[in-house]
Design a protein around this ligand. Structure first.
Ligand SMILES: *Cc1c(COP(=O)(O)O)cnc(C)c1O
Length: 410
């Protein structure tokens, strides 16, 4: 029996969420719309199978086709990112990072990542996260004036702190990272280089972000952000680190892999290897730049002066509104964003002075520069008049019209 027949409560809520996604504009930099093919694989019969272990070395019988699926996903990932080894089993970005840490560090070891309020991720040393509780984080920051990474300062800090591992790759940084510089710093201090490419993996796959493959000892990534696959993650590395990584994922951290999601990852890697995906990735960056231009034309200040990626971080201070207020007003107008701290923010992570937006999801809907500029102008109007109910209502109508012109699923 179908879900509709057996569970009208869950069915009804999924229907509502579908309408909601269709009728709102998603500017959340970490979100995207997976293809129907990706969702079909995620919702497939593979959810029934236990496959603890790795292809041809499973702890359960009956994995002949599951092995083929996982091997296909691994092979596609290796080709897409030009890496020696890929482990496609991590359930999420956070679990991939746990495994990466345990592959190379002992509990209590010191590592270095970008300060969280500067754009680092929760799993890069937050005191409430495993990374900050079980390991000893020390942070580097962006430059106070340029708000960009200062590689000389990072090098100096690394020499002082002598971390065993250094992370690059962030959750709210709009510029392209110099991976070669990180490699040199890591070599100089004898640190493991970990790149968490969760946010911009799709841009890298699409050829508009330099490859990290020649440099990093470990590469972790989610598959559901710019890469546009199922909710999940993977770890990549040079062949020489393959065993450490595989052992850390299973049996180190996880039990049975989600083979339905792994099949969906395989589908996603195939999609991302097509010429159309390169066009998509290039458009994502063009759209982010258009959005940044529109914001700047209206007097918003952009952190780091703009963007080279899918992500734009806005400092709302000149407009006299907090991130929290802006996020709420925009949500009422049908525009979904998230508040974010800006470097050296004086406000708490719950309030924030910034707003983080990204172009990946709207680009998937088919929007081009002029369309996204239109979205940007709506965002600015709402930010400038957050308490104007009439404006928010009018914007909501405009948003719905735009959503009808750019359907999620055709
Ligand atoms: C999103 C993200 C993660 C975590 O991914 P989850 O799937 O939410 O656990 C880790 N690192 C970075 C840099 C991210 O942007």
């Amino acid at each position: 029996m179908s879900l509709k027949q057996t569970d009208s409560a869950v069915y009804g809520l999924i229907e509502k969420e579908t309408e909601y996604q269709k009728k709102t504009l998603r500017l959340i930099a970490s979100e995207n719309y997976a293809s129907k093919a990706v969702m079909e694989a995620t919702g497939s019969i593979l959810t029934n199978k236990y496959a603890e272990g790795y292809p041809t070395k499973r702890y359960y019988a009956g994995n002949r086709y599951v092995d083929e699926i996982e091997l296909l996903a691994i092979d596609r990932a290796k080709k897409l990112f030009n890496v020696g080894h890929a482990n496609v089993q991590p359930h999420a970005g956070a679990s991939a990072n746990i495994a990466a840490f345990f592959a190379f560090l002992e509990v209590g070891d010191k590592f270095m990542g970008l300060d969280l309020a500067n754009g680092g991720h929760l799993t890069h040393g937050s005191p409430v996260n495993f990374s900050g509780k079980w390991f000893r984080p020390t942070a580097y920051t962006v430059d106070k004036k340029t708000e960009a990474l200062d590689y000389d300062a990072i090098r100096k800090r690394a020499i002082e702190e002598k971390p065993k591992l250094i992370i690059c790759g962030y959750t709210a940084y709009s510029l392209i990272i110099d991976f070669k510089a990180f490699r040199e710093i890591c070599d100089e201090v004898g640190a493991v280089m970990m790149a968490d490419i969760s946010h911009f993996a799709g841009l890298m796959a699409g050829g508009v972000y330099p490859s990290v493959a020649p440099y990093a000892d470990i590469i972790t990534t989610t598959t559901h952000k710019t890469l546009r696959g199922p909710r999940g993650a993977m770890i990549m590395c040079p062949e020489k680190n393959a065993q450490r990584i595989d052992k850390a994922v299973f049996p180190g951290m996880q039990g049975g892999p989600l083979e339905n999601v792994i099949a969906a990852k395989a589908v996603c890697f195939h999609e991302a290897a097509q010429p159309e995906f390169r066009t998509y990735a290039a458009q994502v960056v063009k759209n982010a730049k258009a959005l940044a231009d529109e914001f700047m034309a209206h007097g918003l200040r952009l952190v780091a002066g703009g963007t080279e990626t899918h992500l734009v971080l806005v400092d709302l201070t000149p407009k006299g509104i907090t991130g929290k207020e802006a996020q709420m007003a925009l949500e009422e107008a049908g525009i979904i964003t998230n508040r974010n701290t800006i470097p050296f923010d004086t406000r708490s992570p719950f309030i924030t002075s910034g707003l983080r937006v990204g172009s990946a999801a709207l680009t998937t809907r088919g929007m081009k520069e002029s369309d996204i500029r239109h979205v940007g102008s709506m965002v600015v109007k709402v930010i400038e008049n957050p308490n104007d109910s009439e404006l928010k209502l009018k914007t909501r109508k405009e948003v719905e019209e735009l959503c009808d012109r750019f359907p999620i699923y055709r």
